[in-house]
Design a protein around this ligand. Sequence first.
Ligand code: RB5
Length: 145
Amino acid sequence: MIAIGADHGGYELKKAVMEHLEKRGIEYKDFGTYSGEAVDYPVIAEAVGKAVAAGEFERGILVCGTGIGMSMAANKVKGIRAACCSDTFSAKFTRLHNDANILCFGGRVVGAGLALEIVDAYLDAEFEGGRHEKRVKMLMDIENK
Ligand code: RB5
């Protein structure tokens, strides 16, 4: 189950992503925003981040204008590893190597065609573990220093 959210900069692209998830038979919960009116991205990122960190959702997807504000905000939530990706290679490897639990991208950066391929690359990859296990643990330990 995916937690999905966007601000006004990502609102249109979020709709395309949700449609894509439906076609793929992947369940999601929409955390808003629900119109193109301006909203503050940290509010949405925090809600999605907390829901993913609490284990209520396996993964999250966040879209704003650039994807950067969403990823910065989501990464402030303990337990979140959010990655802002504008290409499929990064989206795949942030799962394989970083075990990213939230994917972010920008509605003003990528078109819907590429965004949906980024989503697929992210969702279809699994964390490799092994030598990356220790590094992800080190990454998360920074939160407690
Ligand atoms: C909103 O104008 C814009 O700042 C936001 O969508 C995002 O790009 C922030 O990082």
